[in-house]
Write a protein that binds this ligand. Structure first.
Ligand code: NDP
Length: 476
């Protein structure tokens, strides 16, 4: 019999995705450029379901029922284009190509447009959850034509993670929408991790606790509003003891954080769209600072500290303050990420349902969290919500923690603990709620040096002051 779906590219991700399809009862055709990955998959896991092993791309395409559904899981970039180019001549009108790799969304838009002309459906799909997610149930964010979701959707939903019986997969929107949302998901992940890192550092420096004791605090936090995969694994990492030295593992890991580029893409796109994603940007830059060895080395003994001593009288109160600051900053980071999704949705005509995105992130992916239910509810209450921060639930939650947030950020500044994400999130919050921003002065400066004009609070029209003349005002 023919296969309902095919996977080409059987490195860790593709192999596990193929096994996931098979374990869920689908007959899956499997192919890899170099055949040994295909043969070893069938040797090792062939008993998990119905696999059709294919040595050539021709055999692979011939093994699929129509409309053919081909999942490409190869290296993002040139490899993806190469595989698409070899597949196209073998496919027929109405067949569906799914790119489940980490493509950059402009590439997905380009590929979708090119394949549409050939009568093929191209679905750029975000897949989150890493190796384990691919096998046991990832969060899946498919874009591409809505029509393709009718046949593809049920298959992807079947293999996705489930929360309360609801699949963590939905049609995100046309062309590059799926990969865009996956990108922002990763950006939010950067912000979340940085915020957790800042909370850890404050607890460590402020209370002189061991990593393992801080791990206990995170484990405790994981029972409340902050419950999430990232908080859970933070506790695990902090409690890990290095087998070679007996020290906490975190103390023997070099303090340079790597990045594969999705944080950078998110920030680049946000700059293009004019959306302030300060949390994600600070998190991305914080990783960059950590890796600037020359600057750190040169600065260490040169830059003076002039810091204050820590004075914490109420240890429990401080821990609660840090928790509240973390929660409030996290709401800001998510609010900004959802603003970016909305801006792109308007720019590209995607019509993305933000509440549904929070719903499909509840399971399978790295930012899975209890808190996402609240985001879905917020967008269900008001699909046009201007900012997550003004939803009554979140406004109330964040207001309750503002005092704590201010204490933590000011204490960090006084004692010299860098908290770029905590601080910038608070600045963003204050900027949003300000009656008047110093942008009025900036607009005055712009008018002074560049005749960029300004609007008045008390009259219609556009104005310019004759700065180098008699300084009277003219209508521009
Ligand atoms: P890799 O990114 O390491 O890619 C290796 C696979 O690509 C192999 O099957 C290889 O074939 C194939 N390949 C490379 N170049 C070509 C080419 N020119 N033509 C045909 N095939 C080619 O595999 P991963 O499994 O790590 O990742 C697959 C995709 O998933 C990537 O886009 C990656 O970014 C993404 N990813 C997603 C993760 C997530 O959590 N969502 C986690 C990890 C990855 P061969 O064996 O013949 O060399």
């Amino acid at each position: 019999s023919l296969a309902q779906i095919g996977v080409t590219g059987l490195a860790v991700m593709g192999r596990n995705l193929a096994r996931n399809f098979a374990r869920n009862g689908f007959t899956v055709a499997v192919h890899n450029r170099s055949p040994q990955k295909m043969t070893s998959l069938i040797e090792e896991h062939g008993d998990e379901g119905d696999f059709i092993g294919c040595e050539s791309l021709e055999d692979f395409v011939a093994a699929l029922e129509r409309p053919r559904k081909v999942v490409i899981m190869v290296q993002a970039g040139k490899a993806t284009d190469a595989v698409i180019d070899s597949l196209v001549p073998l496919l027929d009108q109405g067949d569906i190509i799914v790119d489940a790799g980490n493509a950059h969304f402009p590439d997905t838009r380009r590929r979708e447009a090119a394949l549409k002309e050939k009568g093929l459906h191209f679905v750029g799909s975000g897949v989150s959850g890493g190796e384990e997610g691919a096998l046991l149930g990832p969060s899946i964010m498919p874009g591409g034509p809505a029509e393709s979701y009718e046949t593809l959707g049920p298959i992807l939903e079947k293999i996705s993670a489930k929360v309360d019986g609801v699949p963590c997969c939905t049609h995100v929107g046309p062309d590059g929408a799926g990969h865009f949302v996956k990108m922002v998901h990763n950006g939010i992940e950067y912000a979340d991790m940085q915020l957790i890192g800042e909370a850890y550092q404050l607890l460590r420096d402020g209370l002189d606790l061991s990593p393992s004791e801080i791990g206990d605090i995170f484990a405790d936090w994981n029972k409340g509003d902050l419950e999430s995969f990232l908080i859970e694994i933070t506790a695990e990492v902090l409690k890990q003891v290095d087998s070679r030295t007996g020290k906490p593992l975190v103390d023997v890991i070099v303090d340079q954080a790597g990045q594969k580029g999705t944080g950078r893409w998110t920030v680049q796109s946000a700059l293009d769209l004019g959306v302030p994603v300060t949390g994600i940007a600070e998190a991305t830059f914080a990783r960059a600072i950590s890796s600037q060895l020359a600057q750190r080395e040169a600065a260490r003994d040169v830059l003076s500290a002039s810091t204050s001593e820590w004075h914490i009288h109420n240890r429990e109160g401080f821990i609660e303050d840090v928790r509240l600051a973390l929660y409030a900053s996290k709401v800001v980071a998510y609010a900004q990420g959802f603003d970016q999704i909305q801006a792109a949705s308007e720019e590209y005509g995607w019509n993305v349902d933000r509440g549904a995105m929070a719903r499909i992130w509840r399971g399978g992916c790295i930012i899975r969290a209890r808190f996402l239910n609240r985001i879905t509810e917020a967008y269900e209450r008001d699909g046009e919500l201007a900012s997550l921060l003004v939803d009554p639930y979140f406004a109330n939650e964040v207001s309750a923690g503002v005092g704590a947030w201010r204490r933590v950020v000011s204490m960090a500044a006084l004692t010299g603990v860098p908290t770029p994400a905590f601080s910038s999130s608070l600045a963003y919050y204050d900027a949003l709620r300000s009656d008047r921003l110093p942008a009025a002065l900036i607009q005055g400066q712009r008018d002074f040096f560049g005749a960029h004009t300004y609007k008045r609070v008390d009259a219609e029209g556009t104005f310019h002051t004759l700065w180098s003349g008699d300084r009277s005002e003219v209508e521009a």
